[in-house]
Design a protein around this ligand. Structure first.
Ligand SMILES: Cc1cc2nc3c(=O)[nH]c(=O)nc-3n(C[C@H](O)[C@H](O)[C@H](O)COP(=O)(O)OP(=O)(O)OC[C@H]3O[C@@H](n4cnc5c(N)ncnc54)[C@H](O)[C@@H]3O)c2cc1C
Length: 377
């Protein structure tokens, strides 16, 4: 393949992987992002107190130690080991581990469970035997109504803005329930934070003589004629000017505050029916500094529809209607020459950071091998 001029729209993980791989293969890459910073939603910054804040919500990196994606990322950063823990705030002010594990069951039911078998028996006594067809039924079949009402139903309603009965079963199936005492949020073999933060990691990925990055520049059709191929991590419906209607996304508004004491875990989930879902204490993530005035910056999250938050599209709401709508946009995308939709909003799919790297390394390899690419996966 001769040297190409490649435009990458979006300086998040999807765009960064494509940009670096194309540059290393000898192509000239221009990355644009309409935001004033690199890193997409993983962007972080150090505040005036020395605390590292992730401005679009906490991003915890986890994957398999020997995976291609972790090896690739490790070229651009050293790591600080970090196993993330989350606790749920109960009505009486106590906190208990999430995901639900043996300790959580003891806290809620006020019993001592001597073994995994006892924990499993307790869970089985609570669960409703049924074949789940929606998220609410997943909760019922996994943990039964009492734990569903405590940990899952109100949180899910706040998070997704609909009753769990209206969500496909796959959403609820992502929430594990354990009978052991493992209180880590993730169980992957590699859990760490980039030593100097995500923004420094992105700066090193983009630090290549064949990559030019322009920030504060939105994509427009006028860009097309300057490039041989365009990778787009913008929302696919936005690209087609919402011709068939808007794809639904949930978003989050953030409220920061300070606290004089440490909270019980980096993230506290609120189980009540109020507006907040969770609260992050930033200096408990080990690549953050701590303040010298004894205070700790915290950020609470209020989920909302993207339309209520300047169309900041965070979580694709995938259901039968939205997937049918996405299919119509994919059909339109198939007719666009030399363009490939990438990333969370191009593919209309929530993707964690490590899988995002994996998917886009594979996509880059196909592009560089001259293989035909899907316009949108
Ligand atoms: C609240 C939240 C928390 C998360 N927590 C975790 C976590 O703990 N662990 C984990 O592994 N993953 C987490 N993720 C997922 C992670 O953010 C994604 O894997 C990552 O964002 C995917 O990168 P991306 O490049 O697809 O999208 P993004 O990071 O969103 O990047 C897309 C970029 O494209 C730019 N763009 C869009 N339209 C245009 C346009 N028209 N012109 C120019 N630029 C444009 C945007 O400004 C943006 O910077 C979280 C996601 C969210 C929303």
């Amino acid at each position: 393949m001769t040297n190409l001029r490649v435009l990458v729209v979006g300086a998040g993980f999807a765009g960064a992987v494509i940009a670096r791989e194309c540059a290393e293969a000898g192509h000239a890459v221009h990355v644009i992002d309409r935001r004033p910073h690199i890193g997409g939603n993983a962007h972080d910054t150090v505040n005036s107190h020395g605390e590292r804040i992730h401005i679009y919500g906490p991003h915890l990196l986890h994957g398999e130690r020997d995976s291609v994606a972790i090896r690739w990322l490790s070229r651009f950063t050293d790591w600080v080991p970090y196993e993330h823990r989350v606790r749920a705030l109960l009505a009486d002010g106590r906190t208990t581990p999430l995901p639900v594990n043996r300790t959580t069951l003891e806290d809620v039911f006020g019993v001592a469970l001597e073994s995994e078998e006892e924990a499993k028996a307790l869970l089985a006594s609570q669960a409703t035997p049924l074949q789940p067809t929606n998220t609410d039924e997943v909760f019922l079949s996994n943990v039964g109504p009492r734990l569903a009402d405590l940990f899952f139903r109100p949180y899910t309603r706040k998070m997704w803005g609909v009753c769990p009965t209206e969500l496909e079963a796959a959403v609820g199936a992502r929430l594990p329930v354990r009978s052991n005492r493992d209180d880590r949020y993730f169980t992957d073999s590699f859990q760490a934070m980039p030593k100097d933060g995500f923004t420094a990691l992105f700066a090193r990925i983009f630090d290549h003589p064949a990559i030019e990055v322009t920030l504060g520049e939105a994509y427009g059709e006028e860009h097309d004629r300057h490039y041989d191929h365009v990778f787009l991590s913008l929302p696919i419906d936005e690209y087609f000017r919402f011709r068939h209607g808007r794809l639904p996304y949930r978003s989050i508004r953030f409220e920061s505050d300070q606290m004089p004491v440490d909270q019980a875990a980096t993230v506290i989930n609120y189980t009540d029916t109020g507006v907040y879902t969770r609260c992050t204490q930033w200096d408990l993530i080990p690549n953050s500094g701590r303040r010298t005035d004894g205070q700790h910056t915290i950020t609470r999250e209020i989920p909302c529809d993207a339309s209520e938050n300047n169309n900041e599209c965070y979580y694709p709401v995938r259901n039968r209607q939205s997937l049918a709508l996405y299919d119509r946009y994919r059909t339109l995308a198939a007719a666009e020459p030399n363009k490939t939709f990438i990333g969370r909003c191009g593919l209309f799919r929530y993707i964690d950071m490590v899988p995002c790297v994996t998917i886009h390394l594979q996509l880059a390899a196909r592009f560089l091998a001259g293989e035909p690419l899907p316009r949108a996966a």
